[in-house]
Every structure is written in C-alpha cells, then in structure tokens.
Design a protein around this ligand. Structure first.
Ligand code: V47
Ligand code: SF4
Length: 380
C-alpha cells in the first residue's frame, strides 16, 4: 500500500477560494499535510461553504490520484435474507418462514454465477443475513463454489457481522475462521456492518448485532490474517455529527494500527420498508460534505468510494469533485438498498460507468478488487 503520509504532505496546491473564513486554519493544515483533528472535522461539518470543503477534498484527491477514478466490473450475490438481527434500519432482512424469505442452495449459487459466465467479472461481492439454519460448512462451500466457477475473480465476502456469527456456530476463534475461509478462496471483505461505531446507536438501532468494539476486533483480526477489508458508515438517521466524526476517528486509529482498510464508503440511509419510515432521505449537501470530510479526515485510508446505488449516478459524478476516487462497480443485482426504496438502476454497464466518469473530465480506470488497474477487453 502507498505511504499516504508522503503523498499527503507533497505540496500540491490549488488556488483556494473559501467563502467561509472559519475554514482558513483547516485549509492551512490541508495544504501542508497536517492531520486534521476532531474539532476540524466538526468545523467542516458545521460550515455552509460546500464548495470550499469540496476544493480542500479535491486538493487531497488530486495529490493521490490526479484525475483518475476507479471502477470495478463486479457481481453482487446475496445468499440469504433470513436474519436473526433485524436491525431497525434494514428493509432487506426477513424472519425464517416469512413471506419473501430466501436462502440460496449451492445449485442456485452455481446458476447465478453461470448466468454471467461470459462477462469479464473481476470481483464477486457476497453478503447475507444471519440464517441460524446454515452450518459453517455452507459458507465454505459457497466460497469454494464461486472460486471454482470464477477463478479469475476476487472473492470479497462476508461482513464482520457474518464472521462473528461463523465463529459462534463453528466454535472456532476468529483466526481459525479466517484460516478456513482463506483456504476456501476468500481474499477480501466488504466494509458493511459498522453502521455508526457508537454504543448509543448500537443500543437504539441494532441491539442484537455486534457492537463497535467487536466490529473493530473482527476487522483487526482480518487484517492480521492477511485479509484486507473496506469500512462503511451508515449515515442520515438518528446519529449526531459528533457521532459521525467519532466513527471516522475510530477508523483512522484502527488503520494506523493495521493499514488493512482499502476503501471507506459512506452509506446514505434509505428509510422505505424499514422500522424508521418517518425519516427523510439524505440531502445532496450532506452526501457531498460527508464524502469530502471523509477524504480529509481519513488521511491513511487510500480510497473513498461514492456508492452510486445509494446516492444516484448523477450525484456520484459530482462526488468526484468532492474527494471520491472510486465509483464501485457494475453490480447488476443490488438488493439491500433497493428493498429500502432506492430508485437508482440495479446495475450499470461498463460503458455507462466509464461515461459517467469521462463526461466530468475524469479518467476512468478499471481496477481489480485490490485497486490494480487492469487491461480491458472489449466485451462489456
Ligand atoms: O451493512 C442496511 C447498510 C450495508 C440500509 O465494502 C443500509 O465495497 C442504507 O456494506 N439504507 C451493506 N444502507 C452494504 C455495504 C457495502 C455496499 C457497497 C460496497 C461495499 C464495499 C459495502 O448496507 C449494511 C448496512 O450498513 N444498510 N440497510 C438502508 N436501509
Ligand atoms: Fe441482518 Fe445485516 Fe439487515 Fe442487520 S443490516 S438485519 S445484520 S441483514
């Protein structure tokens, strides 16, 4: 992984036009590559100078990647929506036996993967709920099956929540769970399940699921076991700005320890079909500020992803000028956000993603799961 501290302090600057003079001390730090504090993050969040904040994030983004924006040709696979946790913000999960509950058999997994056999998929993103009927061997078979059918793709699977569950059902410690999953073909983990790393939010919104300390322990152990991960933050519900900033600082400290987080993905809350239906959607100002502030605070996490599924492809385009350097991927079968009312497409073609990036003056770079650029074939 590149030494971000060197890149952060390389003196690439641009002409800043700040409308809010309160941002000037923060801007000086960004220009000279000094790490931002909790107070700086709150000051940025409370400022209405969206374009000023965007310029600061752009300065950092361009030091790191110039005009490059990454995307991946990927496939999402959700193996079950049965979940014992039933988090209040989740529209995806069902109880066992409830109308609409599903669990894929190995044969059905084979069918899903075979259906897209002719496509140049580089990453298969696999997550699901906690279905108490599935033994640990199911998870190993799942990974082995996908790896056999798609040997050239990276298997990015299971959040810290699923890994903790596997440790319980198998009686194995986290390290042994990771050893078995790695042997089966797991290479990387997505960043879900972090929600907001706050005990207050944990108690109120996801009391049955693992809390902040255990999430960080699982992620730390993944990194120690040679499995890089992403990290997310679910924002736009009942959290305070202070809790968001605390979340970012916790991730930054964890990353100082392990260096294993590849990308940070802010996830905009969608309330339809959840147990928080009264909450309004996030607004563009907040989505963009959150992306920009993440870029500025997370000086040791290489990539900031604008997840177009949640914020729309149009806003993901704007996010490239607010610090985002990655638009995730083609996806095709997204379920979690669409069940919560997302009106975005379920997938994009490679040409559509390339065009989103190119038409804003950025340079599309197709990547693999580890952000290595890949040569492109013509089929998309
Ligand atoms: O953990 C659940 C969130 C996550 C809702 O690592 C919701 O590359 C919005 O983690 N509204 C799963 N969000 C998705 C996820 C992810 C997505 C894309 C890329 C990567 C990556 C990771 O979705 C869950 C939860 O935090 N979520 N319900 C909802 N109603
Ligand atoms: Fe289960 Fe994940 Fe939904 Fe929570 S967010 S109910 S853990 S599927």
């Amino acid at each position: 992984m590149a030494d971000l501290s060197v890149i952060y302090s390389n003196h690439y600057t641009m002409n800043l036009e700040l409308m809010d003079p309160a941002l000037e001390p923060v801007a000086e730090k960004v220009v000279s590559g000094v790490r931002l504090s909790r107070e700086d993050a709150l000051l940025l969040y409370r400022s209405h100078d969206l374009l000023g904040i965007g310029q600061l994030a752009t300065m950092v983004r361009e030091r790191l990647y110039g005009k490059k924006t990454f995307y991946v040709y990927n496939q999402h696979l959700n193996y079950t929506n049965v979940c014992i946790n039933r988090c209040l913000f989740c529209a995806y999960s069902k109880d066992k036996g409830e109308n609409g509950a599903f669990t894929l058999s190995v044969e059905e997994v084979i069918e899903r993967i075979r259906k897209r056999e002719s496509e140049p998929i580089r990453e298969v993103h696999i997550v699901g709920g906690l279905n108490p009927d599935l033994p640990f061997s199911y998870y190993l078979d799942l990974i082995r099956t996908v790896k056999t059918l798609r040997p050239e793709a990276t298997i990015k699977a299971f959040t810290a929540v699923e890994i903790d569950h596997m440790s319980h059902i198998s009686g194995l410690g986290l390290k042994d769970v990771f050893t078995a999953l790695k042997e089966a073909g797991l290479c990387m983990m997505p960043g879900g399940g972090a929600e907001v790393l706050s005990e207050r939010i944990h108690r109120k919104l996801y009391p049955r699921k693992i809390g902040p300390e255990r999430w960080m322990e699982v992620i730390r152990t993944a990194h120690e076991s040679g499995i890089p991960t992403n990290a997310t933050m679910l924002y736009g519900h009942i959290e305070t700005l202070e809790e968001r900033v605390e979340h970012l600082l916790k991730l930054r400290s964890l990353q100082d320890e392990t260096g294993g987080i590849q990308a940070f993905i802010p996830l905009a809350f969608h309330s339809k079909n959840t147990r928080l239906p009264q909450l309004p959607p996030t607004v563009a100002m907040d989505d963009l500020k959150t992306i920009a502030i993440s870029r500025l605070i997370l000086d040791n996490i290489p990539h900031i992803k604008a997840y177009w599924v949640m914020i729309t492809p149009a806003l993901a385009q704007v996010a490239m000028a607010f610090g985002a350097d990655d638009l995730d991927g083609t996806i095709v079968e997204e379920k979690i956000t669409h069940m919560a009312g997302a009106t975005t497409p379920r997938g994009l073609s490679r040409d559509e993603i390339k065009n989103l990036i190119f038409s804003c003056g950025y340079e599309p770079v197709e990547r693999d799961a580890f952000y290595e650029p890949i040569g492109q074939s013509e089929d998309s």
